[in-house]
Design a protein around this ligand. Structure first.
Ligand SMILES: Cc1cc2nc3c(=O)[nH]c(=O)nc-3n(C[C@H](O)[C@H](O)[C@H](O)COP(=O)(O)O)c2cc1C
Ligand code: SF4
Ligand code: SF4
Length: 357
């Protein structure tokens, strides 16, 4: 970097970064941004929102730049970050919004993830509180969603880290120079994802919370319980049990030393089949018989969401009990794609020395 450019980075005396991260991508982005600030003599504070009292944040000191970094879950910021923003004190500071999304690689082309409504919603909340948004940046880090797709290979993971680090550093220098950055607004088609983001928020995330289980490889070390940022895992019948609090951040799965945490594709498929062919059909038959046909699509969506959440709660409790029987446990394990080598590579963001050129 040119000496003149270093000297010109003087727009802020202090930055305060708040991040949430499941598998480490958002944490890396927060650290990369912070390093640029520190290298340029700007005081930098960095807070993991899973480890602080999220309801009693001090009003940010005037003039400090506030930076929020979080992964995207279901085309939105995850509930922990949204709640944090909702409870964040008012202020007039300048703000930077960043997210990490599901990046993948085709040849040398990084396929972008989808931010959905995250920036728009967060910007609205912060704008109402008096803040002014100065810059936004989506960062296409390696996708960690191995419940949905096979885990990425090492070459892809390393390449995405190398490329994104440079991108974040360039962005940080620009922002710390006092410039604004809103290129991501080109992706305005993201707004079309609003209905899916809503569906994920009201029902999808609760179903996903029940897709995790611990196989018989679990040795009850309780590490998953300790690392969970929202304390969503409890013990039932002496085995880990995922509650509706789970944010599906994948941290437990990527940290289990026995690789015992799986996504139960088999029992989830059985749930979808039973729910759509029996439960839903029976519900509408009985409801129409004793009450009145539900014509309104919003009421139908609310009823179906409530019903699916209720049914998955019962279904998951049953599966948890069946896991106590060896033969059932094997069926559940062998119908979980994450059990197989070609799919279930666990993902954890890399440390600097693991991807340096
Ligand atoms: C439950 C879940 C939902 C996700 N939804 C999206 C999404 O809507 N759009 C996207 O681009 N990436 C999505 N991802 C991928 C993550 O946002 C991405 O891998 C992110 O970099 C993870 O950051 P972290 O390591 O800090 O948790 C999702 C991942 C999970 C586990
Ligand atoms: S981290 Fe793995 S082995 Fe340890 S209790 Fe959790 S599921 Fe079991
Ligand atoms: S239970 Fe696992 S996936 Fe769910 S929030 Fe906790 S660490 Fe994340």
């Amino acid at each position: 970097m040119e000496v003149a450019e270093i000297n010109s980075i003087k727009a802020y005396k202090k930055i305060i970064i708040y991040y949430f991260s499941g598998t480490g991508n958002a944490k890396n982005v927060a650290l990369w941004f912070s390093q640029v600030a520190s290298e340029n003599g700007i005081e930098s504070q960095i807070h993991n929102i899973a480890q602080i009292d999220r309801r009693s944040i001090d009003q940010p000191e005037p003039g400090a730049l506030i930076v929020f970094v979080s992964p995207i879950h279901g085309f939105n910021y995850p509930p922990i970050m949204l709640n944090f923003l909702l409870h964040f004190p008012k202020g007039k500071n300048k703000v930077v919004l960043m997210n990490t999304r599901a990046g993948m690689l085709i040849g040398k082309f990084i396929t972008p993830g989808l931010t959905g409504i995250a920036f728009y919603l967060a910007a609205l909340i912060l704008f109402i509180k008096g803040f002014s948004i100065k810059a936004i940046l989506p960062v296409d880090m390696p996708s960690n969603w191995i419940s949905l797709h096979p885990g990425l290979n090492k070459r892809t993971v390393i390449y995405l880290h190398q490329r994104n680090k440079v991108r974040v550093e360039t962005f940080a220098r620009k922002v710390l120079n006092g410039k604004w950055h809103f290129k991501a607004l080109i992706e305005a088609y993201d707004l079309l994802l609003a209905p899916i983001a809503l569906g994920y928020y009201v029902a999808g995330r609760f179903i996903l919370a029940k897709t995790f289980y611990a196989s018989s490889d679990c040795n009850n070390c309780d590490l998953c319980i300790k690392v969970c940022p929202v304390k969503a895992i409890v013990k039932i019948d002496d085995r880990p049990y995922w509650t509706f609090n789970c944010e599906s951040c994948m941290k437990c799965m990527s940290n289990c030393p026995k690789k015992a945490i799986e996504t139960g594709h088999g029992y989830v498929a059985a749930f979808v089949f039973l729910f759509s062919t029996i439960i839903l059909v029976a519900f509408y038959k009985l409801f129409d018989l004793y009450f009145f046909p539900i014509e309104n699509s919003i009421i139908r969506m609310a009823a179906e969401s409530a019903l699916s959440i209720g049914f998955i709660a019962i279904w998951y409790r049953l599966i948890h009990w069946l896991l106590g029987f060896k033969s059932f446990e094997r069926i559940i394990v062998y119908t979980s794609l994450t059990k197989y080598k070609w799919w279930g590579r666990r993902y954890k963001a890399l440390k600097e020395q693991e991807f340096r050129n």
